[in-house]
Design a protein around this ligand. Structure first.
Ligand code: NAP
Ligand code: MG
Length: 499
């Protein structure tokens, strides 16, 4: 990793502008069958970045046929563990060798600061890829001990689920695509990926890496397009065995319904409105820094972000003051600007949605402690925002906003963990929860009572091994990451042998 220069950024921009609109199917770059294309914008400027192919159901069908053939015949179907793992590790090497270019593409396309992509998205994706590669050959079935004279024996085996359709969002485009793809490949599946229409460029770059590494044709297919046609075609396709989706709860629900057609397996990573609980004994400086950092990460467009602050009365004012002081020093800037701490919102539409939630909250009686305004520059920038005097019934407090907006509620009784957990659980979501306390009883008691797939105590810390990631309730179904994530791409078969 090195400091990125203006010249490098310009070179990448020129290459993106000149890139032909193609999808990657069966190891080949081809235009969409319809010949249609769509434009991708840079959210930091609102300007045109690239034109990409608009794949639809016909392209998905072609990709599924290639993935099916690669799954059942040819080198992938018979490849030994070592060779498959080596291909995944080689892909990790190639990604790292091209990490500067990749970070620039991802930053131009999604708006996130280059440094964040270099320090978080790329290393995390590559660590996850290597971790997935490490499982290859280690996932086994069982043979229960059988009496020597038994008339039968039984064993189980784990087999790859088949052809996987991966549908991904724009907020962490590369990480999402690589996580789903890497897990599917480690399990022995083949994949058809439909990246987000708002940020598809790093997925297309990944297809070039796939090609360079030498995966057999059809193992990975990447079809850019819109959710309503290319995405829906994945959900509807009778020859796809599993859909792995990350995105909104609304679309997740429609995927669950659609997948029932041929009973596809589903992994759904959906929305969140994650509580942050700050107890009166918490380290307030650490809590304020952690809360603010997380809300600025991806400009709040991060499903597991803590956005609903529940703070004890005694420390409410002090904590809010500290968070506001940090936010007042954050200068949103284009992702590719050096020193950018927070990029833009992904699109004008999403920005308007964030602003309307802030306005609604104030109308409903919340107090604006800081932020709240669009920043008057090109692109889709908003100030990090804190709303206090919020009540539990306000939309700003209940709905996922997907922007840098923190709502604050107070509580009184630090000993009543049941009541605190009930307030935290008062949401349709259950993705994450963050607890700040030095009190062991409170930390572990709340971790046990809160309905969320990811609990972080005192900021936790980035881990180098993937933790199972996913939610309770309407935050999704299943987990990604670790062994749980990999097993979700397998089917268990039990075999009985008579003697
Ligand atoms: P989205 O609208 O649900 O879209 C996600 C993906 O699904 C995109 O590729 C989209 O295509 C596609 N899609 C849309 N309609 C579809 C349909 N009918 N059938 C099949 N695919 C369809 O979400 P988003 O706007 O990209 O991302 C924001 C949301 O994702 C937030 O709610 C956030 O919480 C959630 N999210 C969750 C996680 C998690 O891990 N839990 C992570 C990141 C984001 P288009 O690009 O064409 O719309
Ligand atoms: Mg969308």
């Amino acid at each position: 990793m090195s400091a990125i220069t203006e010249t490098q950024i310009q070179q990448v921009q020129q290459a993106l502008d000149a890139q032909a609109p193609m999808v990657y199917i069966n190891g080949e770059w081809v235009p969409a069958i319809s010949g249609e294309t769509f434009k991708v914008l840079n959210p930091s400027t609102g300007e045109h970045l690239a034109t990409v192919a608009k794949g639809n159901a016909e392209d998905i069908d072609r990709a599924v046929q290639a993935a099916r053939a690669a799954f059942e015949e040819g080198p992938w179907a018979s490849m030994n563990f070592q060779t498959r793992a080596a291909l995944l590790h080689k892909l990790a090497d190639v990604i790292m060798a091209n990490q500067d270019e990749l970070a620039i593409i991802e930053s131009l396309d999604g708006g996130n600061p280059i440094a964040q992509i270099q320090h978080v998205d790329i290393p995390m994706s590559v660590n996850n890829l290597r971790s997935n590669a490490g499982w290859i050959g280690k996932v086994a079935g069982d043979v229960p001990t059988t009496p020597i004279d038994a008339e039968f024996m039984t064993y189980t085996m784990r087999q790859p689920v088949g052809v996987v359709g991966a549908i991904t969002p724009w907020n962490a485009p590369f990480l999402m695509v690589l996580n789903k793809m890497g897990t599917a490949l480690a399990a022995g599946c083949t994949v058809v990926v439909k990246p987000a229409e708002l940020a598809p460029l790093s997925a297309l770059r990944l297809a070039k890496f796939i090609d360079e590494v030498g995966f057999p044709p059809g193992v990975v297919n990447i079809v850019t397009g819109f959710g309503a046609d290319a995405g829906q075609a994945i959900v509807d396709h009778p020859d796809i065995n599993k859909v792995s989706f990350t995105g909104s709860t609304r679309v997740g629900r429609s995927i669950l319904e659609g997948a029932s057609g041929n009973m596809k397996r589903v992994t759904l990573e959906l929305g969140g409105k994650s509580p942050i609980i700050v107890m009166p004994d918490a380290d307030l400086d650490a809590a304020a820094a952690g809360i603010a950092r997380e809300l600025c990460f991806k400009t709040g467009q991060f499903c597991a972000a803590g956005t609903r602050l529940l703070v004890h009365n005694d420390v409410h004012d002090a904590l809010v003051d500290k968070i506001v002081a940090i936010f007042n020093n954050i200068k949103p800037a284009p992702g590719t600007a050096s020193g950018s701490q927070m990029g833009p919102i992904i699109s004008e539409g999403q920005l308007q949605r964030v602003l309307s939630y802030i306005a609604d909250g104030q109308q409903a009686g919340a107090t604006l402690a800081c932020g709240g305004e669009r920043i008057d520059v090109p692109g889709y920038f908003v100030q990090p925002t804190v709303l206090t005097n919020v009540t539990a019934d306000m939309a700003v407090h209940k709905d996922e906003i997907f922007g840098p907006v923190l709502t604050v509620l107070r509580f009184d009784d630090a000993n009543d963990l049941k009541a605190i957990a009930a307030t935290a659980n008062d949401t349709e979501y259950g993705l994450a929860a963050k607890i700040w306390t030095r009190n062991l009883r409170a930390a572990h008691g709340l971790a046990r009572r809160i309905d969320a797939g990811l609990i972080t105590i005192n900021g936790g810390g980035a881990s180098d091994a993937p933790r199972p990631f996913g939610g309770f309730k309407q935050s999704g179904i299943g987990r990604e990451g670790g062994l749980d994530g990999l097993l979700a791409y397998t089917e268990t078969k039990s075999v009985q042998v008579g003697f």
